[in-house]
Design a protein around this ligand. Structure first.
Ligand code: UT7
Length: 323
């Protein structure tokens, strides 16, 4: 069993590859359309589409349930067993309980006996998890399950025009594993935060999400531009070298604004926002799963993950994809 060997000493510092060997996604069945919202909110389908790019979002399910479903698909996609996983990292802003973390319950459902912990970096969480996974590979682990999952309907007021139009539930998961050196690789990453902006997006215990939408928008564009540039600089790459960008799915106008300075095109961008709304930590792996299933990622492709979220936090990572 992989967990028996995970802690065995390994020579450090040698070359090691990084491969996303399998991905999976899960959305609850219940759809909440823009039209549905107009029944109790002073809004229109047209306004929401134009100002956000969102057409519908999903509600229902639980963070642990959606995580388990997405993870099972990721394990099957990678062709590995639960016993092959050395660690579970679950990025979430909406855990099942304040305590304990949701990851141990997900590990139990999957039959994984390895370590399991929650990671709270809001919408940047899954990319933080990816970078942590790379560190664990360096520490000697072989295979890590990185999940991003949310049941944001538990902390969203669907009567609030500022937030109720945006958020939804979902989960995405990836199996990250050691690859042949020189094959798959985490080329560069950039993680950051600025706690001066804690107050622009938060939820108190027992409360719902509170947001200064305009300020979040402004900050998001800035930090996405900065973080993407930092990761590209570290890897010695330019926008032309990136085959696909998978950004946090919050508002299509945020992505379009950030792309102007970065020189990215929407053609090379993975988007699922219209169908999912903003699913925070789940949004990037959901878009990854969709892009992969659509055949948009091939062996050797340079893929950038780019997130921002409450905190403010931000995260980017550039991967040379390996099949
Ligand atoms: O994961 C990170 C989480 N959050 C985000 O990324 C959110 C970032 N911010 C946003 O996406 C946008 O700020 C919102 C979509 C939340 C709001 O869009 P906006 O373009 O910033 O709208 P606004 O608040 O400036 O409002 C513009 C107008 C106002 O009317 P007047 O004063 O111009 O007559 C609002 O009353 O639109 C009105 N409005 C709405 N109308 C219909 C605001 N919300 C709505 C609504 N439906 N839901």
């Amino acid at each position: 069993m992989a967990t028996d060997t995970a802690n065995a000493p390994r020579p450090m510092g040698g070359p090691w590859g990084f491969k996303i060997a399998g991905v999976g996604a899960a959305l609850p069945e219940k759809i909440l359309t823009n039209e549905d919202l107009t029944a109790w909110m002073d809004t229109t389908d047209e306004w929401i589409r134009e100002r956000t790019g969102i057409e519908e979002r999903r509600i229902g399910g639980s963070t642990s349930g959606l995580s388990t479903e997405a993870a099972q698909l990721a394990l099957a996609d990678a062709g590995v067993e639960a016993s092959d996983i050395d660690q579970v990292i679950l990025a979430t802003t909406s855990p099942d309980h304040i305590c304990p973390g949701t990851a141990p319950a997900v590990a139990r459902e999957l039959g994984i006996l390895a370590g399991a912990f929650d990671l709270q970096a809001a919408c940047s969480g899954w990319v933080y998890g990816l970078v942590m996974a790379n560190g664990l590979l360096l520490q000697g682990m072989d295979r890590i399950l990185v999940i991003g999952a949310e049941s944001l309907d538990r902390i969203t007021d669907y009567h609030d025009r500022g937030t109720g139009i945006l958020f939804g539930n979902g989960a995405g998961a990836a199996v990250v594993e050691r690859a042949e050196p020189g094959h798959g690789e985490l080329l560069s990453w950039d993680l950051g935060s600025n706690g001066n902006y804690v107050h622009i997006l938060y939820a108190d215990h027992g409360g719902v999400l509170q947001m200064d939408g305009k300020e979040v928008f402004r900050q998001a564009v800035t930090v996405m531009q900065r973080s993407a540039t930092a990761s590209m600089d570290k890897a010695g790459l330019t926008a032309d070298d990136i085959d696909l960008v998978i950004p946090h799915q919050a508002n299509v106008r945020i992505v379009e604004s950030a792309w102007k300075k970065l020189g990215f095109s929407m053609d090379k961008t993975a988007m699922v926002l219209a169908r999912t709304g903003n699913t925070s930590a789940a949004s990037i792996p959901l878009a990854l799963d969709d892009a992969r299933r659509a055949g948009r990622i091939s062996d050797g492709d340079i893929v950038m993950f780019l997130g921002f979220g409450a905190g403010m936090t931000w995260a980017s990572a550039i991967v040379r994809w390996a099949e």
